[in-house]
Design a protein around this ligand. Structure first.
Ligand SMILES: NC(=O)c1ccc[n+]([C@@H]2O[C@H](COP(=O)([O-])OP(=O)(O)OC[C@H]3O[C@@H](n4cnc5c(N)ncnc54)[C@H](OP(=O)(O)O)[C@@H]3O)[C@@H](O)[C@H]2O)c1
Length: 248
């Protein structure tokens, strides 16, 4: 197991999975809840070599996996699916058993956000999906692409010409998917931030300087109102920090 200690609030040495699950669920309000999980380098890079994985390690993978357990739905932008793949099971057997013992479905569905629907229905994210994914798009999406994806996913409209984040959250809520766990990427976080709908940000700070021109974790329209977040906890595994912030 990858040793993770709590630094704040009161220190705990060698947290167990049950501790981590409790700490990452603390303070969640009932109803719609949007939590994002990201990793960034010390100098703010969201990718290393074009993907996030190079910034992580076993401890980060442990937190990444545990965060999925509470989710009603895992939301991800199409750019991240294209860059990272996302094929196959989303949760290991132990996590599925943990969920079913609490009355949750074994797997949360994946909801992919895409305006263009530039998504091949033959991608592993569809062909290897443990439960039928959703694809969230706009009413302006090309009907041919909607038809091509319909056999492999539920295509949901959330907005006319652009995605309306409030409608997206309401559409998921109408399907019983209120606890939204979002795994990025930067454009998706930027959209949710601009709409003022980020309730939680779990940020892993990877102890590496990347340099170059990698993107940071949010890329959104300029002029969005800044939002203050409150520190909920600091965890540590060696030199890697796990920060959890919630909306005040
Ligand atoms: N550091 C981390 O923790 C982390 C996490 C996730 C991803 N990443 C990295 O981020 C990079 C991808 O960045 P990205 O900004 O392209 O990722 P993204 O947000 O996953 O994808 C952007 C795409 O998603 C769709 N999309 C997102 N928000 C939308 C909105 N409001 N309305 C309509 N469509 C929307 C669009 O898809 P269409 O083009 O299909 O219309 C858009 O081109 C990859 O290199 C990935 O590895 C890093």
């Amino acid at each position: 197991m990858s040793g993770i200690d709590r630094v704040f609030p009161p220190p705990v040495v060698e947290a167990g999975d049950a501790d981590l699950l409790e700490w990452y669920a603390a303070g969640r309000r009932p109803g719609p809840w949007v939590g994002f999980n990201f990793i960034a380098s010390l100098d703010g890079a969201a990718t290393l070599g074009g993907r996030s994985g190079g910034l992580g390690n076993a401890a980060d993978q442990r937190v990444f996996g545990l965060l999925r357990r509470h989710a009603d739905v895992i939301v991800v932008g199409a750019g991240t699916v294209r860059a990272e793949g996302y094929g196959g099971p989303l949760l290991p057997a132990e996590a599925r058993a943990w969920r079913t013992s609490r009355g949750l479905p074994a797997h949360p569905p994946l909801a992919i956000v895409s305006g263009t629907l530039n998504l091949d229905p033959g991608m592993p994210v569809f062909t290897q999906a443990p439960v039928r994914p959703l694809v969230i798009t706009t009413a302006a999406a090309a009907p041919g692409r909607v038809a091509a994806l319909a056999p492999v996913a539920d295509v949901v409209t959330a907005g006319a010409a652009t995605i309306d984040i409030g409608v997206l959250i309401a559409e998921l809520g109408a399907r019983g998917l209120a606890r939204i766990h979002a795994e990025g990427g930067p454009s998706l976080l930027g959209s949710f931030q601009a709409a003022g709908r980020v309730d939680e940000l779990c940020l892993t700070l990877s102890p590496v300087l990347v340099g170059g021109n990698a993107p940071r974790i949010a890329a959104g329209p300029p002029g969005a109102a800044p939002e203050s977040m409150e520190l909920a906890h600091i965890l540590r595994a060696g030199s890697m920090l796990f920060l959890r912030y919630v909306r005040g």
